[in-house]
Ligand binder design. Structure first.
Ligand SMILES: [Fe+2]
Length: 352
């Protein structure tokens, strides 16, 4: 509008020059002031101009402005997702359900998991019971306002019946997908574990699939791996029985496949938060989102949480959101007295 008004003023000067230069200049200056300041202000108020990053700001402030810059942090290639921790293995009722509400509050584009979603066990032998477990879980994740991606943990596929029921509901227990040129790989850690030879041949099948998937998608800008058991620790971990140590060798075969990738890995199972670095890759083991936890605090890595991940070209930026720290806006105050200034505080104020 301002530019238009200025153009109009110039045109008037040129036309009137032929009649009476002095008068015309006076008239033109007056018209210019009227159109650019008077009429513009009357009709539009302050004329906004587009700032960088989609802002419309008041241009009447001159050089002094009460903001740092106008480059909004809104790279369209970046995106945000949430990863939830274990729900089961000493499940505490209601925690995961509450986490669903909190995830809806922070509005990620999608939600990932690291397994142990239902409380299956070695003894689970009833399809009705398994149905009930999955119905309960699905009733919660179906309340999410964004997609949820299932990852299998030991409790989800503890025995062949649970494994069969997984297949009937969800099809594959390991899979990949791409989102904005980032490759997401979910693995079935129980096939690598293969405890008591429960899943003969499955580790080898998964390994071949993984090699194929990674080689087909070698040009992606980043790879995110989700797996339930953090098997890279099994070789030296004192709480793991000797028979498990061969799992470590199988894990190394998996790990070698994505050795040179831009990659970040997320796991669960231990119910303790931990961040490690292997092959220059960050490996995160989540604590819990409702599973058994002594909850002794951050210094023990014992808390209920989910990860809030922002994916950038340089890799993920990760915020650890404790469930206790994600609050509904209606949460306070609920217990009176509230909005009441204590009597002694009021007196102090009056004395000033
Ligand atoms: Fe587990």
């Amino acid at each position: 509008m301002l530019a238009e008004a200025k153009r109009t003023t110039k045109m008037e000067v040129v036309i009137m020059k032929e009649f009476n230069l002095r008068n015309c200049i006076r008239i033109s200056v007056w018209l210019g002031m009227f159109f650019s300041v008077g009429l513009g202000t009357i009709l539009l108020g302050h004329d906004p101009q587009s700032g960088g990053g989609g802002f419309a700001v008041d241009d009447s402030f001159g050089e002094l402005v009460p903001w740092t810059h106008l480059e909004a942090n809104n790279d369209p290639d970046n995106f945000q997702f949430v990863i939830v921790g274990d729900r089961t293995g000493g499940m505490r009722k209601g925690i995961f359900d509450g986490a669903v509400d909190k995830i809806n509050l922070v509005q990620p584009e999608f939600v990932l998991s690291v397994g142990d979603l239902i409380p299956g066990s070695r003894q689970t032998d009833s399809i009705d019971l398994i149905d009930t477990m999955w119905e309960e879980f699905n009733s919660m994740v179906n309340r999410l306002e964004m997609p949820f991606f299932y990852v299998s943990g030991n409790h989800d596929v503890y025995n062949s019946l649970l494994g069969e029921q997984w297949t009937n509901r969800f099809g594959p227990s390991y899979y990949s997908f791409k989102y904005k040129d980032v490759l997401f790989i979910t693995l079935n850690s129980e096939f690598i574990n293969n405890h008591q030879n429960k899943w003969p041949g499955k580790h080898e099948d998964q390994l071949e699939w993984l090699k194929d998937t990674v080689s087909k998608e070698k040009d992606v800008r980043w790879t995110v791996v989700l797996i339930h058991e953090p098997m890279w620790n099994y070789k030296h971990d004192p709480v793991i029985p000797d028979e498990y140590r061969e799992i470590h060798e199988r894990w190394l075969a998996v790990e070698r496949i994505f050795e040179r990738k831009n990659l970040t890995l997320f796991a669960g199972h231990r119910h303790h938060y931990k961040k490690e670095t292997r092959n220059d890759h960050a490996y995160y083991t989540l604590a819990t989102t409702g599973a058994g936890n002594k909850l002794r605090g951050i210094e023990y890595g014992e808390f209920d949480h989910f990860l809030w991940v922002t994916m950038t070209d340089e890799g993920p930026i990760i915020a650890n959101l404790l469930l206790d720290g994600v609050l509904d806006p209606n949460v306070v105050p609920t217990i009176p007295p509230y909005n009441v200034i204590p009597q002694d505080a009021e007196n102090k104020s009056e004395n000033r």
